[in-house]
Design a protein around this ligand. Structure first.
Ligand code: ADP
Length: 353
């Protein structure tokens, strides 16, 4: 991903998109092979088969679509595909392809067998998408020359390539584009054991020696996302460096308290939203607009940045009548559960609201 999506809000320690500070480290921490890549075992097996089969037939692997939330390893997997097939890699992104001409220039400069990574492919211009259909299918594009009645199209043969597209919003891709990928991988959030493995590896690479309980504590606060895990690890490292008396789990707790990341990975904004539902609206239901005014944060930020995680970990439910705090939310905030109105029997969990 390109740094900071517009809806990322402030630079949060738990933002799943890359912050400037991540970029310097991510290169060093990226696994270089499928064997080093932690978790996602199904996707790893599928990719391995694709790569092996292409290798045996000495052809470029099929086009690959990697779908899933930010920070789960899409860019890393694209690099691994190039590395494991010993092919060069070209990196681009949807926002950089705003005209068909941008894509034509990119495609016509690829060397045979090159892996082309297009991050955020759902943000590519429509006109470029159409050009890409033909390129993916036949390794050919038609370049339009001239305007109006005198316009003609000149066919151009391309070198065979493998497109690896990444998207956080697979649903936004038009079907004809989605259908042209030979393989689509849906990346899942990591469990705490896998995140602890990611952290053990990163901590080895950074020359740190945090013990198992310390790594498990960071993992539990990393929201299922390796990028967040690695970022929190660096904050803990800094804390341990400055507070030399704090080691292991004490350093983790000290650092993450300082950065406002609690035991479940919620930060100040998450807790403000959840706290408002519990304390000011008696557990809900409360509408998004009211919540937004109450917390002093834009409705869009609450809806797209804060709520998905709270819903995913079962602290908040979206119902047709508004947001409701769950019993787990009361327990997490230490609020009196007796004050919680019974969750309505007919609550429908509707993501559209
Ligand atoms: P995305 O492209 O999905 O936003 P990235 O591939 O850039 O995510 O991954 C972000 C960071 O997380 C990388 O620096 C990488 O070190 C780390 N990472 C992601 N997935 C894994 C994994 N499965 N194993 C180890 N590290 C990972």
């Amino acid at each position: 991903m390109t740094p900071r999506e517009p809806d990322d809000g402030e630079a949060r320690a738990v933002s799943p998109g890359p912050l400037e500070e991540d970029l310097a480290y991510e290169g060093a921490l990226r696994p270089r092979s499928l064997a080093e890549f932690v978790g996602q075992s199904k996707v790893r097996g599928q990719l391995q088969l694709l790569i092996d089969a292409a290798g045996m037939q000495d052809r470029t692997p099929e086009h690959i679509l990697l779908a899933g939330p930010p920070g789960l390893g899409k860019t890393t997997l694209a690099m691994i595909v190039a590395h494991e097939t010993a092919r060069p890699l070209r990196m681009s992104s949807g926002p950089a392809i705003q005209h068909a001409g941008d894509l034509a220039a990119l495609l016509s400069s690829l060397v045979p067998g090159e892996v082309l990574f297009v991050d955020e492919i759902h943000r590519m211009a429509r006109s470029a998408e159409e050009m890409l259909y033909l390129a993916m299918e036949d390794f050919r594009i038609d370049i339009m020359v001239g305007k109006g009645a005198g316009a003609t199209s000149i066919p151009l043969d391309l070198a065979p390539f493998t497109l690896v597209g990444a998207t956080t919003r697979a649903g936004l891709l038009p079907n004809p584009l989605r259908d042209r990928f030979g393989f689509t991988a849906h990346l899942e959030f990591y469990d705490d054991v896998e995140l602890a493995q990611v952290l053990r590896r990163a901590s080895g690479l950074l020359g740190l020696d945090f013990d198992g309980p310390a790594l498990a504590e960071i993992a539990g606060r990393s929201r299922g996302t390796p990028r967040i895990a690695n970022r929190l690890l660096r904050r803990v490292r800094d804390y341990a460096l400055v507070h030399s008396s704090a080691s292991g789990i004490d350093a983790v707790r000290g650092a993450l308290e300082l950065y406002d990341v609690d035991a479940l990975g919620l930060d100040r904004l998450d807790r403000a939203v959840l706290g408002a539902v519990v304390e000011r609206f008696a557990g809900g239901p409360v509408g998004l607009g009211t919540l937004s005014v109450s917390v002093g944060e834009e409705a869009e930020t609450i809806e797209s940045v804060v709520e998905p995680f709270l819903v995913r970990v079962g602290l908040l439910a979206r119902t047709p009548r508004g947001r409701i705090a769950t019993a787990a939310a009361y327990a997490h905030l230490g609020a009196d559960p007796a004050a919680r109105p019974g969750a309505p029997q007919d609550a429908l969990f509707d993501d559209g609201l």
